[in-house]
Design a protein around this ligand. Structure first.
Ligand code: CA
Length: 225
């Protein structure tokens, strides 16, 4: 799940990136409203964390502009403390939720997950294919009754494949969704992670849910293999 953070306070932006990456999100950041608007138009984000007071275009205008253009990416607005009028204004501009500064990361992540579930795509609380079940909030994966330990990146890859189960995902698309927009390493990293995931969720159970689609990419069998 790729998230855009638009925040001009450097420390806060870095903290948000770190915190969200630890939760398995791929994170792009923008330090001005202008850059944020450009990225939000160009990239298919799962959600946007948007500060109100920004250089260039402010958060309200950014959000209202996106909505006017038909971009419905869920927006979580970061407002100044106790600013009730900010909140009303933010919702008028088309934000889906707001959070007053200072906030705890736990609350931010919970709100973000709630927004992702509310998105127009199917976002059930638990994702499953056959007996393979992933719980995005609890950060757990089970096959049958067995709990499987995954790293944050492996988890993010499996979450993407489960959300899009039955669909073929190209390496390029996986890179864009699970790694950063700015990822410049070897795209074969996807292969490496697919292999690791198979070794954890398929092989020990005698399954083959993660299929290679020759020349196209990977697909997760809807029935869990
Ligand atoms: Ca600010």
């Amino acid at each position: 799940m790729r998230v855009l953070v638009v925040e001009d306070e450097e420390l806060l932006a870095a903290g948000l990136r770190e915190g969200l990456e630890a939760e398995g999100f791929a994170v792009d950041t923008a330090a001005t409203g202008t850059d944020g608007l450009w990225l939000a138009r160009e990239q298919p984000y799962a959600a946007i964390v948007l500060d109100v007071m920004l250089p260039g275009i402010d958060g309200y205008r950014l959000c209202a502009t996106l909505r006017a253009e038909g971009v419905w990416t869920p927006v979580l607005m970061l407002t100044a403390r106790d600013a009730e009028r900010d909140e009303v204004h933010g919702l008028d501009a088309g934000a889906d939720d707001y959070l007053a500064k200072p906030f705890s990361y736990a609350v931010l992540v919970a709100r973000l997950r709630a927004l992702l579930r509310r998105d127009t795509h199917e976002r059930p609380a638990q994702l499953g294919a056959g007996d393979l079940v992933l719980d995005p909030a609890a950060k757990t994966v089970r096959r049958g009754g067995t709990e499987i330990g995954l790293t944050a990146r492996e988890f993010a890859l499996l979450e993407l494949m489960l959300r899009r189960r039955g669909e073929t995902l190209s390496k390029h698309e996986i890179l864009g969704q699970v790694w950063d927009f700015a990822f410049e390493g070897d795209p074969n990293i996807v292969e490496v992670y697919v292999r690791r995931l198979r070794n954890k969720v398929d092989r020990p159970f005698g399954r083959a849910a993660i299929e290679t689609v020759r020349g196209s990419g990977y697909r997760l069998d809807e029935h869990g293999g």
